[in-house]
Design a protein around this ligand. Sequence first.
Ligand SMILES: [Fe+2]
Ligand SMILES: [Fe+2]
Length: 235
Amino acid sequence: MTRSIAHQTVDELGGPGSVLVRQRDDHLERDRLLHELDGTTGVMQERVLRKIDRLVFSHAFAEESVLWPVLRRALPDGEALTLRVEEEHQEVNELVTTLETTPHGDPRRSELLTRLVAVLREDVRDEEDVLFPRLQERVDAAELRRLGRQWELVRRVSPTRPHPTVSRRPPGNALSALPLSVLDRARDLVDAGVQHGPSAVAPAGKAVSHGLAVLAGLVEKLPPARKGDRPPTSR
Ligand SMILES: [Fe+2]
Ligand SMILES: [Fe+2]
């Protein structure tokens, strides 16, 4: 019988640095932010949502390009298992994209938020209770630590914003990760400048941020970025 990684000790999970320990820590931080989101409105809600974006998109991008291919090779039912979480990731990409263009005060917003929180929680349960325990049965502690280092490295150069038209599988997501990450992270810096800097530079900052968003939109739609996917996770 498989045991959820939620209730295992660090040693059982392969020691500090194991991909399972790193994943669980990150999922706890996600949970903390979801609680922080609860009951927020307006600017505060936007701020928490951006924190959630920065945490979950790079996290998921690195899973899709580094971890799920390993599961597909290691498990006979890896294809179906990984497709399920890829669909959850895809839905998160779409929900956040829709939320970005749904103004505060629009009644659809609370519905979108409720669904977003639910999918983010489902994703964690599927990974901690099903996918990772199955991976744990197939690979040893040294391999779990190697995967941990790899996932961490890729996560640091992965996009921090939603990209719903990018493939959720290699090679598309791997090829587009770096250019999208550069554009997303540049935009994060510009937006932080707009938020905290003098108001006189805000219009220029907003224009730059918009330009970066347009560029990311173009990269996302290039044919190589869409390669590797299979229905129904592609749009
Ligand atoms: Fe995860
Ligand atoms: Fe995930």
